[in-house]
Design a protein around this ligand. Structure first.
Ligand code: OSB
Ligand code: MG
Length: 368
């Protein structure tokens, strides 16, 4: 068999509520949907690069360029049909991990659909439902933040993450903790601090947090190790972990005790598995991070979060937390209190709705 066609679409969807991090405030999401067709079966993937190179050096337009110029032509030239083969061949190109992951995930969905099994079966998943968490952005005021946390708790989320930055950290934790002393709470700085902020960061130990995520910039593994020695709360790395090698360096150096795995950030599900297995062998729990994906990328994440060492609640929330018109049917919803059931159909197990995709599409390209 051989791939008949690859399609890319650039989409833009407005958020239900703006999302502010230490990088700034965003009102919508631009992303790429990739489709691969073989024998009438279609596999879907999502490229999680954002419009601006803030979280990562990749961008949607940069990923588009790399996909159309290098990765998609490679698929046809080398007659690639399997995700594992794509992973091996794509390694000849450096970086561009989110671009690679989007296409690799489309191959995984295709492979599972051809086999007629849910994707989690190919990954070796061990769960039918996963623990949902919610990521709360920076708000205009502390009362706004506490109200938003309260609304999410009412919807059933049992774990809350709040975004922090210098000036919106200790007081934000204090405000949420005062109202909700017992919830599972964690914070994410997206690299906004440096060693000079050690005293502020140490104050976070007072709030019984599950973890502090990415306090320093991505390449500061060494400074993270220094901070971890000074803090009781486990550090968790997100942006710093790009591969098995960076995960191993972080664990060996003591830069973190927990790892956030995002399949897009590490270049696909093959690398995701390697990091997962290494962490499992070394007693380092992982959880599934999110990139405010559409339902297509989020469905992929649900299957990934079924692997055995995904042990903490995830940044995986219901469709309506992100988008009024998610791209899939049915929408992703909370099933029990704070859990989401993993779709049971073949592949990612959700149905992308063509009409909604078309309405959100800025441009498309077909390759054959
Ligand atoms: O750092 O985890 C992050 C969203 C975009 C970019 C980076 C991050 C996030 C989130 C949202 O925290 C997680 C989600 O998708 O719910
Ligand atoms: Mg993060």
């Amino acid at each position: 068999m051989t791939i008949e066609r690859v399609e890319m679409a650039l989409l833009k969807l407005p958020y239900v509520h703006f999302f502010e991090t230490s990088f700034g405030r965003e009102y919508d999401r631009t992303f790429i949907i990739v489709r691969v067709y073989e024998d009438g079966v279609c596999g879907f993937g999502e490229v999680v690069a954002e419009a601006a190179p803030l979280y990562s050096g990749e961008t949607t337009e940069g990923a588009w360029h790399v996909l159309r110029t290098f990765l998609i032509p490679m698929v046809f030239k080398d007659d690639i049909t399997e995700p594992e083969d794509f992973y091996k061949k794509a390694r000849c190109f450096r970086g561009n991990l989110m671009a690679k992951a989007g296409l690799e995930l489309a191959f995984w969905d295709l492979k599972a659909k051809k086999a007629g099994v849910p994707l989690k079966r190919l990954y070796g998943g061990v769960r039918d439902e996963i623990e949902a968490g919610v990521s709360c952005g920076i708000e205009d005021s502390l009362p706004d933040l506490v109200a938003r946390v309260g609304a999410y708790l009412e919807q059933g989320y049992r774990r809350v993450k709040i975004k922090i930055k210098p000036g919106w950290d200790v007081a934000a934790c204090a405000a949420v903790r005062q109202k909700y002393p017992d919830i599972l709470l964690q914070v994410d700085a997206n690299g906004a601090y440096s060693l000079a902020d050690m005293e502020t960061l140490k104050k976070l130990d007072a709030f019984n947090l599950l973890l502090v995520e990415q306090p320093f910039p991505p390449y500061d593994l060494w400074d993270h190790a220094k901070l971890q020695k000074e803090m009781r709360t486990p550090l968790c790395l997100d942006e710093s972990i790009l591969s098995l090698d960076t995960a191993r360096a972080a664990v060996e150096m003591g830069s973190c005790r927990i790892i956030n795995i995002k399949v897009g950030r590490v270049g696909g599900a093959v690398e995701m598995r390697k990091i997962h297995d290494y962490c499992q062998e070394h007693g380092v729990p992982v959880w599934c991070g999110g990139m405010l994906e559409s339902g297509i990328g989020r469905a992929h994440n649900l299957h990934i979060a079924t692997l055995p060492n995904f042990k903490l609640p995830h940044d995986l929330s219901a469709s309506r937390r992100y988008y009024k018109e998610d791209l899939i049917d049915p929408f992703i919803e909370l099933s029990g209190p704070g859990t989401i059931r993993v779709p049971e159909g073949p592949g990612i197990g959700v149905h992308p709705v063509e009409e909604r995709i078309r309405r959100a599409t800025l441009k498309t390209e077909v390759y054959k």
